[in-house]
Design a protein around this ligand. Structure first.
Ligand code: FES
Length: 105
């Protein structure tokens, strides 16, 4: 298990998405309206678009290419056309530091 520093709380707006690098894994880091963080793979399982370039819709992200929706907490598909979920990763906040936790298999 490795935690990767991906950003600063003070520089991240609520209701925002950003593409971050977690040890070589492209991750979509989301800060929800309530200020908490979520992270999922940034690569859409449909045709590979960058999910961080999409829109946040409640607790889901809408893919910018064909509007699939993924739950930001679980990575589950909540809107077609994607069929496969994306991976979700735990996010740790330590003071002002944001970490994404990747469990390598
Ligand atoms: S690439 Fe994301 S919905 Fe098609």
């Amino acid at each position: 298990v490795t935690r990767h520093l991906v950003g600063k709380v003070s520089r991240t707006e609520p209701r925002s998405l950003s593409r971050v690098d977690a040890g070589g894994v492209p991750v979509c880091l989301a800060r929800l309206e309530d200020g908490t963080f979520r992270s999922i793979d940034d690569v859409c399982t449909h045709e590979g678009a960058s999910l961080s370039g999409g829109e946040m819709y409640g607790n889901a992200v809408v893919c910018p290419l064909h509007s699939s929706q993924f739950d930001l907490s679980t990575g589950a598909v909540v809107g077609m056309p994607a069929q496969e979920p994306v991976k979700a990763y735990p996010v740790l906040v330590d003071d002002d530091d944001i970490y994404v936790v990747i469990v390598s298999t």
